[in-house]
Design a protein around this ligand. Sequence first.
Ligand code: NDP
Length: 405
Amino acid sequence: MGKIVIIGAGGVGNVVAKKCAQHPDIFTEIWLVSRTEAKCRAIAAEIDKLYGVKVITAAIDADDVAALTNLLQKIRPELVINVALPYQDLHIMKACVAAGVNYLDTANYEPPDMAHFEYSHQWAYQKRFEERGLMAVLGCGFDPGVTNAFCAYAQKHLFDSIETIDIFDANAGDHGHPFATNFNPEINIREVTQTVRHWRDGKWLETPAILDDGAVHFSFDYPVAGPKESYLLYHEEMESLVKHIRGLKRIRFWMTFSENYLNHLKVLKNVGMTGIDPVEFAGQRIIPLQFLKALLPDPGSLGENYSGKTVIGCVFDGLKNGQRQRKYIYNVCDHAETFREVRAQAVSYTTGVPAMIGAMMILQGVWHGAGVFNIEQLDPDRFMDQLNRCGLPWQVVDFAASLPD
Ligand code: NDP
């Protein structure tokens, strides 16, 4: 049905490539390109062995817009799946517009020299994609991604108006390392050390970062995983959901962190290892957080001995036919099972599978339109159906527990 180019051959790129190869009728030609081609070749060799599908590889620095445009003009794919880092988003979008290719990613743009992410940079491409008749789908991983689809589904089928949304993200797994991050360490640590924001009555309210005194947390009882301390955190999907969910009065995002993770991170922060300003060392300028990344386990390598589950979902409170209702939509994913299937831990898996399904929606014409879209602006039904078929089954249950105000 269509030719795709996947950019990025890390933990998530590995899952996207393998899940696309499981659907050769839809993804008829798969290119996997990245800065280090050896990583693409290693994944391609596994895919050949597992599924007998040939993936074509190439080296590319996606920050070189001219080189990427040339490559895309040569390949002429229908879609680019960007699973490199958020720093590359705008360069890849620019190359897609120049080469006339649709675009999909899993994380919003972040400037390398400022630990701050927001959609304004990518929403600014609306006109350029619209004028070329191209589609850009933003944030099609799990969160953002599936969480946005859960919200769209709740709005379409379960509620007339949704008043509050609480997104809960638990990684109740154990990778056996004293300290490691589940996706790119630089991006992960930049995200979790930020000042926290949530949205209430039309305004963004700030609370202390998760490591600081006064950080907001409570114990949430997750299905399967049980009670886990969950911390209020700023997460990017809230920025688009406040625009697209009718009647919304409050939205918050909660994530679990173990005491061990927080203690390690606190020490690293206190000694300056999480900083992003360059420092002089032995005649070189280095960025402490990038040096720390070089020391930490590669998230793509964590899968082998990972046990336990991830549990991610949304709790909704709102009205249907004048009656108050509360619903919880969630997925449980098992690290060992995802490793057996695609040699990846569940965090890479829960990101890569929705990216593949989003690509499937575009190639099949289920999602169409010209411009830049967040997931909740697109019809959730076929996407949600494919989650059930492709390894991320979800449940909808009534929700009775009380949450902090
Ligand atoms: P990794 O660090 O494991 O992989 C990143 C890949 O991108 C590497 O192959 C890297 O190449 C490549 N890359 C980096 N810079 C460039 C460049 N300039 N040109 C070409 N390739 C480049 O990250 P993950 O796989 O863990 O994460 C991938 C993305 O998924 C991130 O943007 C992350 O934020 C996002 N994510 C989204 C989630 C969601 O639920 N929405 C959850 C988890 C992650 P090299 O090997 O040379 O370094």
